[in-house]
Design a protein around this ligand. Structure first.
Ligand SMILES: Nc1ncnc2c1ncn2[C@@H]1O[C@H](COP(=O)(O)OP(=O)(O)OP(=O)(O)O)[C@@H](O)[C@H]1O
Length: 237
């Protein structure tokens, strides 16, 4: 069996008449973390939306464990094992933390259930303390943690994290870094969209850079770190 968890090929995405993504190609090996880097407006979120089905591509393939899911609705892609944590932190504000997690619980494709409520309380101690609080009353950082935990309750084997640290206090950014390191130990495959390459060092093994809707670089993140000319050309650092 192939060791590729996710493979995008020739992906074109439009919003109305505007072409946003141009023949996107990259792949992520099973159990690895890939940083999808690029400046503001480069197309990171659109790529994540195209994979998760929220912004269906006009053409191209999104292969999840060898099966092309391009154009399928988001719930079907989620059922295929893809967990998507959007940039805008979607929680059910009137429900408690605990209820938000209950609503999202689902066993994995293979019937296994690594993520249970008990596991979430263990791995997310901040949420454990807030379990009876309504989600709408949480801070932005706490909502981000809840959105991540809720997605994990679906037991995905590919996790898409769209700028999870954006706009958050340094202490929560640190906590998110710790969580991603912990998640990697579970063998989940991760795509981490980020503007900030430094946040991804020590978290991701591989890196691709998107610029104006085109993939302009693909290598290991260490190779990218060793090439400051590429980083300064395409990233805001
Ligand atoms: N719903 C939409 N309708 C039209 N254009 C859009 C829409 N959403 C995004 N765009 C445009 O698509 C391009 C890519 O946006 P995208 O959100 O994918 O970038 P990004 O790399 O995630 O940036 P950011 O870090 O700011 O979120 C931008 O030019 C943006 O203005």
């Amino acid at each position: 069996m192939s060791d590729i968890a996710l493979k995008l090929s020739g992906l074109d995405v439009f919003y109305g008449a505007s072409k946003i993504l141009f023949s996107i190609d990259f792949e992520v090996k099973k159990g690895r973390t890939l940083a999808l880097l690029g400046r503001n407006g480069a197309g990171k979120s659109t790529t994540m939306k195209a994979i998760s089905g929220v912004a269906p591509p006009r053409s191209g393939r999104v292969e999840v464990h060898g099966v092309d899911v391009a154009g399928r609705p988001p719930y079907a892609i989620a059922r295929h094992g893809v967990g998507y944590v959007p940039e805008d932190r979607q929680v059910f504000p009137a429900h408690t933390v605990e209820e938000n997690l209950e609503i999202a619980a689902k066993t994995a494709e293979d019937g296994s259930c690594a993520w249970t409520m008990a596991r979430v309380w263990e791995v997310f101690p901040i949420l454990a303390r807030l379990r009876t609080r309504r989600a709408g009353l949480l801070s932005g950082g706490e909502q981000q943690l809840l959105t991540m935990a809720r997605t994990l309750m679906g037991n995905p084997d590919i996790l898409l994290l769209d700028e999870p640290s954006e706009g958050l206090a340094p202490i929560i950014v640190q906590e998110i870094g710790r969580l991603i390191r912990e998640l990697r130990q579970t063998g989940v495959t991760i795509v981490l969209a980020e503007q900030n390459m430094h946040f991804c060092l020590g978290l991701a093994e591989d890196a691709v850079i998107i610029d104006k809707g085109h993939i302009v670089y693909a290598d290991t993140i260490e190779a990218l770190r060793a090439d400051p000319a590429v980083a300064s050309r395409y990233l805001a650092i």
